[in-house]
Design a protein around this ligand. Structure first.
Ligand code: NAD
Ligand code: DAU
Length: 357
C-alpha cells in the first residue's frame, strides 16, 4: 500500500511527508510541480529513502496523474498542492484559479477514474481523498463573533480564499454525486520549519536578521489563529485514519493573536537568541505600511469537533512552537538564502509602501 501526497515539497506538505515516513513504513508518492514555493531541499533528509518517490508534475496534468495512480495504486490521496499566498493572489489571481480550481478538478477526475477501477466494494469504501483547505474560506470575523465552526457559512474574500472555497465545493460535490470517499480539513495559520519567507512569521525573522524593515500591514491589529505545522500534520493523519467520510474538520490550536503581538514576540526571541550588534531591540525595525487590500480582520477556529470526535489535540503551545521556529531559522540560514526571490519582493515593497500611522 502507499499514499499519494500532492504539494509535498511545499511548507506543510514537506513537513507532512517527513513526519509520515518517520512514523510509517508505508511509501509516499510525492507529486509536486515545484513552483517558486516548492523546494526539494525540504526533503533532503529523505535522499536515498526508497519509500519516498518524488515526481515533478502538475495536479492538472490528467494523463500524468492517471498513470501514477494506475502504477502505484495508492489507498489514499492527501491534496496539499495549491497556490497559497494571499498577497500573490491579489497581485495575480490566474495561477490560483488554474491550480486551486482547475487543478483540483482535474485531480478529482483522475482520482474518480482510478477509484472506479478498484477491484471491489471494500477497497473502494476504504479509499480516501483528503483535501487540505483553509479557515480563510469562512471570511472575516469581528471582535465578538464566535470562532468558525464546520457549519459557518463560506464567505471568501480574497482571490486565494475564493479559489480554495471553489475547490472545497468540488470535493464535496464529488462525494455527493459520485460517492468518492472524501474528507476536507480547514486549518488556521501554520508556522514552523520550511515556511517560505513571504509569509508573516518567516518574513519577520529573515528581515530582522538582515537589518531590513519589518512591514506590518495597516494597524497590525488583525487577528490570526496560529498552529505549529507539525500539529497540523498530526491532525491530518488523524482525520485520514479516523475521519468520517464526507465530513469536514476544522483544525486549530486556540491561539488567536494580533499580528503586532506576533511581530513583537519574534523580535523578543531574536533579541534573546541572536541580538543585534548595537544591543537595541529588533522592534526598532518595525515599520507600519499600507494595508493589504480587502484584509480580513480576524480568523478564529473552533477545533471542538476534531477534539471530541477524533480525540486530537496539538502538542505545542504558541510559546514552545514559536521558539522552535525562530531557532530553526537561525540554524538554517543557507535554506533561507536559497529560497529568496528578488522580483516578488520588489513588487511587495512598491505596493506596500511605508506610511505613518
Ligand atoms: P506552499 O505554497 O508552501 O506549498 C504549495 C506546494 O504545492 C508547493 O510545493 C508547490 O510547488 C506545489 N504546487 C503548486 N501548484 C501545483 C500544481 N499545480 N501541481 C502540483 N504541485 C503544485 O503552501 P503551504 O503553506 O504548504 O499550504 C499547503 C496547503 O495547505 C494549501 O492547500 C493551503 O491552501 C493549505 N493551508 C495552508 C495554511 C498555511 O498557513 N500555510 C493553512 C491552512 C491551509
Ligand atoms: O488562515 C490560513 C491561511 O494562512 C492559509 O490558508 C494561507 O495559505 C496562509 O498563507 C495564511 O494566510 P495569511 O494571509 O493569514 O498569512 P500571511 O502570513 O500572508 O499573513 C498573516 C497576517 O500578517 C495577515 O493578517 C497579513 C499580515 N502581514 C503579512 C505579511 C506577509 C503583515 O502585516 N505583513 C507582512 O509582511
Amino acid at each position: 500500500m502507499s499514499i499519494l501526497v500532492t504539494g509535498g515539497a511545499g511548507f506543510i506538505g514537506s513537513n507532512f511527508v517527513l513526519d509520515w515516513l518517520a512514523l510509517n513504513d508505508e511509501p509516499v508518492i510525492n507529486l509536486d510541480a515545484l513552483t517558486y514555493a516548492g523546494n526539494v531541499q525540504n526533503l533532503a533528509a529523505l535522499n536515498g529513502n526508497e519509500k519516498h518517490i518524488f515526481i515533478k508534475g502538475d495536479i492538472g496534468d490528467s494523463e500524468l496523474v492517471s498513470s501514477l495512480l494506475a502504477r502505484h495504486q495508492p489507498r489514499a490521496i492527501v491534496n496539499f498542492a495549491a497556490e497559497s499566498h494571499v498577497d500573490r493572489s491579489i497581485y495575480g489571481p490566474e495561477d490560483f484559479i488554474q491550480t486551486n480550481i482547475v487543478g483540483t478538478f482535474r485531480l478529482l477526475e483522475a482520482v474518480r477514474g482510478y477509484w472506479n477501477t478498484l477491484p471491489d466494494e471494500e477497497t473502494r469504501a476504504k479509499f480516501r481523498f483528503l483535501h487540505v483547505s483553509t479557515d480563510e474560506v469562512y471570511g472575516s470575523l469581528s471582535k465578538d463573533d464566535p470562532a468558525f465552526t464546520e457549519n459557518t457559512r463560506y464567505e471568501p474574500n480574497s482571490p486565494y480564499s475564493a479559489s480554495k472555497a471553489a475547490s472545497d465545493h468540488l470535493v464535496r460535490a464529488y462525494h455527493h454525486t459520485y460517492g468518492l470517499p472524501v474528507l476536507t480539513t480547514n486549518c488556521s495559520n501554520n508556522y514552523g520549519p520550511f515556511h517560505f519567507p513571504e509569509k508573516l512569521i518567516p518574513l519577520m525573522i529573515v528581515n530582522a536578521l538582515a537589518g531590513k524593515p519589518l512591514p506590518v500591514y495597516g494597524d497590525g491589529m488583525q487577528i490570526r489563529d496560529w498552529l505549529y505545522v507539525k500539529d497540523h500534520c498530526s491532525a491530518i493523519r488523524r482525520v485520514l485514519e479516523l475521519g468520517r467520510v464526507g465530513e469536514t474538520y476544522n483544525i486549530g490550536g486556540w491561539n488567536e493573536k494580533p499580528n503586532i503581538e506576533i511581530v513583537n514576540t519574534v523580535c523578543t526571541l531574536l533579541d534573546e537568541l541572536s541580538g543585534r550588534a548595537d544591543h537595541k531591540s529588533y522592534r526598532e525595525q518595525i515599520s507600519y505600511v499600507t494595508d493589504r487590500p480587502g484584509h480580513d480582520r480576524r480568523y478564529a477556529i473552533d477545533a471542538g469537533k476534531i477534539e471530541k470526535e477524533l480525540n486530537w489535540k496539538p502538542d505545542e503551545t504558541f510559546e514552545t512552537g514559536i521558539r522552535k521556529t525562530v531557532q530553526w531559522y537561525l540554524d538554517n540560514q543557507a535554506w533561507v538564502e536559497n529560497v529568496q526571490s528578488g522580483g516578488y519582493r520588489d513588487w511587495v515593497e512598491k505596493n506596500y509602501a511605508e506610511r505613518s500611522l
